[in-house]
Design a protein around this ligand. Sequence first.
Ligand SMILES: [Zn+2]
Length: 361
Amino acid sequence: MTLLISFLAGCVGNGNDSDSQPDDVGDNSNSDPGGSTSEPEISPNAITCPDGTTGTLEWRVVTCAEPKIFKTSDVSNETFNLTIEWYSIGAAEWGNYGPVEIYIIGEDVDAAKELEDFYCERHKDLDSNWNEEWDCANENYQIFTHYVDDGGAAISTFKRSYLEYDFMMMTMSAKYPSPEEDDYKPVTLHEYFHIFQHSHISDECSENSRDTCERDSKMGGKDKPWFAEGGAEFMAQSLYSTQDGVRDNYLRDVMKHKLEISQDDYNSQNVSLDQLEYSSQVNAYDVGAWFIAYLVHNEGVEVFLDGFYEELDELGFDAAFEKNFNKTKNEYLSEFDTFFQQHAEDVLMIIPEHSNNSEEG
Ligand SMILES: [Zn+2]
């Protein structure tokens, strides 16, 4: 079999390739709380950074580690490089988190199956608790092959009570949007923002998706896309709009379009934004993006990123929301509903006209 997988040489970490238990035993309990002079233990999460310095790779902590990136054999190097480029733009803006594995799926189903086999073997090697029966692809569980027909992009979190090796998986497809379309770039940023979100949540879920998991409520509610998807979409489009070569008023145009296709439908029904589901008639992504635009407009992006997300893990969603935004979630939602009932031109006022031409001063 030919080698179908491309590797991005990342960090070599002793946390990556060992089967040992994560070592969080309280070795420091006897040390002088005023400042110990003893040699620090080498952390199980210690890694060697690409520049040769020592860093750390663990959930919730900004890292020097690059993502591991893999592609099916039919995906071009150009697409591979484009994905790294836009992933890096997201990581530079919102902080580089990990561990992350990126898988890029092309249009050949056999190649996608080969990558599923590779993924299975990789994680059996990385984690003695990886369960081939349900963690690897099977008749009822397609990991990559459905992207060949369906397209799309997604983040999956593997921070689970039964696993030892925690990671986030970013799956990109070459189908929709295609790497030839400009949309591939903001979609990559959108997925990176999900990595930012998940990196601020430490809860582990069980292997049973029917069990409640605190991670879901910290994302804004299980199967309720408004906050997580609205945040990823607005933040990605905002960042994309400031990049070189992106047309003037890109963000305003995108948000105007979202408004046009969602405003009347949302206002004429009575389901609260935070209760809309993926399958709802009203697109919770579009209205959610408007909610986050409204929130960031009022509170500032720092309060959203450095306040709310920093405190989310400890306080939980509702308390972190109220503490940082000075209203309960329900108060903010009802204020938003009033805002969103205005004429479209008035709603649009919060998205300023924007030019990337710096010579305008
Ligand atoms: Zn998303």
